[in-house]
Design a protein around this ligand. Structure first.
Ligand SMILES: Cc1cc2nc3c(=O)[nH]c(=O)nc-3n(C[C@H](O)[C@H](O)[C@H](O)COP(=O)(O)OP(=O)(O)OC[C@H]3O[C@@H](n4cnc5c(N)ncnc54)[C@H](O)[C@@H]3O)c2cc1C
Length: 409
């Protein structure tokens, strides 16, 4: 599937910025609609440089395919192309395999991807002016922003001072944990990233201590069969399979994301906070429980630099406080969408984007209040729900974007 690249002097009909799962899927679907485009970004960059070596995907293989218009480039097809058999829920996908898959998808579905970075997008007449790091600039009638999670990494205010001294980092700053061997590392958080980071730190020879606000750590239920359709009928009726995991609510969030934007804003915010709350994949339990030191029911109140080490003051619900000293603090405290962190959007253009919380308010076709400016991936989760946080949302998003941009002409 070749991307139709415009050479028109008036600019391109659409520019896709970002070459992770969402940008690649958007480009593939736009091409499927015959819309000429230019697509930019280092393919699978976040997965290659911002995730730790040795990581596995929490999503199951069947929920980890990047979407293309005819389903030709799913994970199973890639495995077949590598001469391997498909595997199911009992076999988590290793990070390095997913990176290889994403690069293969790019070569097949978006072969004309340009690896240049985009420096700036600004309004220009009824369209946009796109400027690359190389200095090249061109006009574009529409822009699809698929720049991912990077700008939204969140470090809590209580740790901000320590972050400035380099004693605190976010997991997205590490492509492996080998450099922490021999160090005591406080890992703050109770989600997949915190739990997997703690396991990987331990396995890299560090001494992790997990600090969690929750009263206990939660892990998923191990699947009893490799394929959801192999489960007994009664189990399937009570907890139907879905890309977000078993259960009717997960099925609704993944099956009808288009309905999510009709929920009242407060309800949408609530679901976004609580659906798929902090927990680890089933296969992490044995690598964490009984192996990693855990302090549950505690929140970080303050952090200070004590001569090159970190001292954290932790408070429990009953008001009691504990002091924890560590060589480093890993704030596995997630991501928070804030449009103001997308530096490549010119401030004047950014200010014209209406918001819901810090995220852009989007139409059914993923278009913001600025005509022709589309957002996909995590930035769209406030409008379409939790499925947009995962690779399994690439089909819904790209299908809608492809149709909307094609209709715009
Ligand atoms: C540790 C971790 C584990 C995860 N595990 C899973 C999982 O198991 N399953 C799952 O479904 N999801 C998982 N996710 C969520 C996952 O990151 C998203 O589902 C997915 O990567 C989002 O894709 P994306 O294309 O929106 O963003 P990204 O993958 O972040 O891609 C963004 C792209 O934008 C490019 N870019 C940024 N700025 C510019 C610029 N100025 N110019 C050009 N290009 C630019 C980058 O180079 C990159 O290629 C995980 C996330 C994290 C952090």
């Amino acid at each position: 599937m070749a991307v139709s690249r415009s050479t028109s002097a008036d600019g391109v009909p659409v520019t896709v910025i970002g070459a992770g799962p969402y940008g690649l899927a958007a480009a593939a679907h736009l091409s499927g609609h015959g819309v000429p485009l230019r697509a930019f970004g280092q393919p699978m960059d976040s997965w290659r440089t911002r995730m730790p070596a040795g990581m596995f995907l929490k999503s199951t293989p069947s929920a980890s395919s990047i979407s293309d218009p005819v389903g030709a480039f799913c994970l199973d097809r890639f495995r077949a192309a590598e001469g391997r058999r498909p595997e199911g829920d009992l076999h988590p996908v290793p990070l390095d395999e997913f990176v290889r898959y994403g690069l293969w998808f790019q070569r097949q579905a978006v072969p004309d991807l340009e690896t240049a970075a985009v420096r700036r997008v600004d309004a220009d007449g009824g369209g946009f002016r796109v400027e690359l790091e190389s200095g090249e600039a061109f006009g574009s009638r529409s822009v699809v922003l698929a720049t991912g999670l990077g700008p939204f990494a969140r470090i809590p205010a209580q740790l901000a001072d320590l972050a400035r001294t380099g004693l605190v980092s976010h997991p997205s700053e590490h492509a492996d944990f080998a450099g922490f061997a021999g160090q005591r590392v406080a890992v703050v958080g109770a989600g997949q990233s915190a739990l997997e980071s703690a396991a990987l730190l331990l396995e890299a020879g560090a001494e992790p201590v997990l600090v969690a606000r929750t009263d206990r750590l939660l892990f998923g239920e191990p699947p009893t069969r490799d394929r959801p359709e192999q489960r007994p009928l009664a189990r399937r009726l009570v907890k139907p399979a879905s890309p977000l995991g078993p259960g009717w609510s997960h099925r609704a969030f993944s099956g009808v994301p288009g309905g999510y934007r009709y929920l009242p804003p407060g309800v949408r915010r609530h679901f976004l906070r609580t659906v798929l709350g902090p927990s680890g994949a089933w296969w992490l339990r044995g690598r964490v429980e009984g192996r990693v030191e855990v302090l549950t029911g505690r929140a970080v109140r303050a952090g200070e630099d004590v001569g090159g080490g970190a001292r954290l003051t932790l408070v429990s619900r009953d008001g009691g406080s504990t002091v924890l000293e560590a060589d480093h603090v890993l704030a596995a405290t997630g991501y928070r969408v804030d449009l103001d962190q997308i530096a490549l959007l010119a401030p004047g253009l950014r200010d014209r984007v209406e918001r819901t919380g810090g995220a852009p308010r989007l139409s059914a076709g993923f278009e913001s209040s600025v005509p022709g400016l589309y957002f996909t991936g995590l930035a769209a989760a406030a409008t379409f729900g939790p499925v947009l946080r995962f690779v399994c949302g690439t089909g819904f998003a790209s299908d809608r974007i492809g149709a909307a941009v094609a209709a715009r002409g």
